[in-house]
Every structure is written in structure tokens, then in C-alpha cells.
Design a protein around this ligand. Structure first.
Ligand code: SF4
Length: 109
């Protein structure tokens, strides 16, 4: 597996946000943490497991939480940002307090 670099991840999330019509979190520290989380996950697992959810270390079992996850679109539509706050609706004003949103992913049994 080819390892990714920090820049690769940055490029990837920029591409996704452009393609989906979202924007990235503008807080540099949060963004940096999320990029590092995605980078670590990719280089450990071989896929971009969500940086704020636990992996089951199986691509099939984790497929709904490979970034951008299955829950990002409805979360961004409803709350203005995804569960990790990586991607935001373009009209979301980040001066507002960003509260933790409910986990839309069904519990794993
Ligand atoms: S919650 Fe956000 S960062 Fe996490 S996988 Fe979904 S889109 Fe990616």
C-alpha cells in the first residue's frame, strides 16, 4: 500500500469539498487535527476511516464511515456540518458555536 502524505490528504479533502459544494473547517488547529487523523487512519488501514469514529479495521465493516461518510450529506443539510466538523455547508457561519451533533450512524451490535 502506498503511504499518503499530509499534503495528499489536504488535496483529497479539498477535492471532496469542491466536488460536493461544501467548505472545510476554517479553524487551523481543528483542521490540522482532522487531517492528521485521516492520514494516520489511511496509513494504518489503507482507507480514510473517519477521524472521529472508531474503526473495526475492516474496510467492509467500516465502509459507511470512510470519509466522506454516508452520514455527511444529511448532517450537513440538517446541522450545517459533518460529525467531525471537517466539512461545512458553504453558508455556515463558523463564528457560531459548533455543538457536537448526534451520531447518525446506527449502533454496532
Ligand atoms: S464525519 Fe466528516 S470527517 Fe468523519 S467521515 Fe464523515 S465526512 Fe469525513
Amino acid at each position: 500500500m502506498t503511504k499518503k502524505s499530509y499534503d495528499d490528504v489536504q488535496e483529497y479533502i479539498k477535492k471532496i469539498s469542491n466536488r460536493k459544494g461544501w467548505k472545510l473547517n476554517s479553524d487551523p488547529e481543528t483542521l490540522n487535527d482532522l487531517i492528521k487523523g485521516l492520514l494516520d487512519n489511511f496509513n494504518r488501514l489503507g482507507y480514510y476511516n473517519c477521524p472521529c469514529r472508531d474503526s473495526q479495521e475492516d474496510r467492509q465493516l467500516d465502509r459507511d464511515i470512510i470519509c466522506p461518510c454516508r452520514y455527511a450529506e444529511p448532517d450537513i443539510a440538517e446541522y450545517g456540518y459533518c460529525y467531525c466538523t471537517l466539512y461545512l455547508n458553504t453558508d455556515y457561519d463558523q463564528n457560531q458555536l459548533m455543538k457536537m451533533i448526534p451520531e447518525r450512524r446506527p449502533p454496532i451490535i
